[in-house]
Each structure stands twice: as structure tokens, then as C-alpha cells.
Design a protein around this ligand. Sequence first.
Ligand SMILES: [Fe+2]
Ligand SMILES: [Fe+2]
Length: 189
Amino acid sequence: MNVLKELTREHRHILKGIQYLEMARAALENNLKPPPAFFHTATLFFSDYADRLHHFKEEYLLFSLLASKKGGKIDLEMGALRHQHELNRKSIKKIRNALSGYETDSEIAATLLLEGLAVYISILKRHIYREDHLFFPMAESELSDTDKELLHTRFLEEASGSDTKTLVMQNMSRLEELGKMMSKFLRAS
Ligand SMILES: [Fe+2]
Ligand SMILES: [Fe+2]
């Protein structure tokens, strides 16, 4: 397993989830109401899969190794990526907090939901683009074969935990569920 390819592969799942969020955002912009259950499942998928699983691997396995290798030279870029992870967490919290009001047709809650979605989608798309096209290629060239082996071992340790396996399976099901809920909603709209 090439760990950088593995992270990019995870991005594809996250981007699939973002596509569904974009459909939900477009519906809200047209005064339609995607089901609250869609957003509940989406917040679970993005906080468990994108944040707890994927961002954890980036920050605690990849970034920490790179920081020890390259000293302060790439701290600024890693700081920016970490900052974007943090903003993403805040947006998910905002989306989650808006849901009870959204369920009762509060216009203020719908607006907060839209705000959270717009920020989340936009920042995460830029973030993934920068990782795939700039940061990971830089990491690929900076890490020695020994570093890559070490990362590979750490990733395998992380992936082999029963909690992680369950989390991955659960979130692949959530992603599928999001697709089904969105298709059903769009057919009925
Ligand atoms: Fe990231
Ligand atoms: Fe990432």
C-alpha cells in the first residue's frame, strides 16, 4: 500500500459525499427541503470518515513524520491544512446545530444550514485539491523509502484495528445511504 495513494483514494469517497452535499445545497437554494435524515447521516459520515479517520491519519501519521524530516520548511503549509481541518469541524458543528430548527421549518435554521454547507463544501474541495496536487506530490518526493515503509506500517496498524474496520464499513454504508436518500428526494421533487 502506498500511503499517499491510499489517502487520495479516501478523498474520492469524501468527494462523492461532497457531491451529495452540493445537490442538497442546490435544493436549499431553490427553497426545496431535503430530508433532515439526509443531513444527520451526512454529519455522521463527514465527522467519522473524513475527520476521525482520514484527517487523523494525515495529521498524526503523515504530518508528524514530515515535520520531523523537514524541520520548519513546510510548517506553514501543514499549518494551513490543519487550519482547514479545524474549519471543517466547525462547519459540521454548525450544520448539526441547525438541524433541530430545520426540522421545524425555521428559516433562520435553514439559512445557518446553508451557510455551514457552503463553507464546508468550498473549503474541503480546495483542501483536497491542494493535498492531491501539491502536498502529497511534495511528500512523495521528500520521504525516503524507509520513511514510506514506516508510514506503511503505521497505516496498516491503524487499518487493522477492529474499531477502524467497523468505522470504514459503517461509513461506506452511510455514503451509499446518502446517495439513495438524495436520488429519492430528487425523484420526488
Ligand atoms: Fe487533509
Ligand atoms: Fe485529505
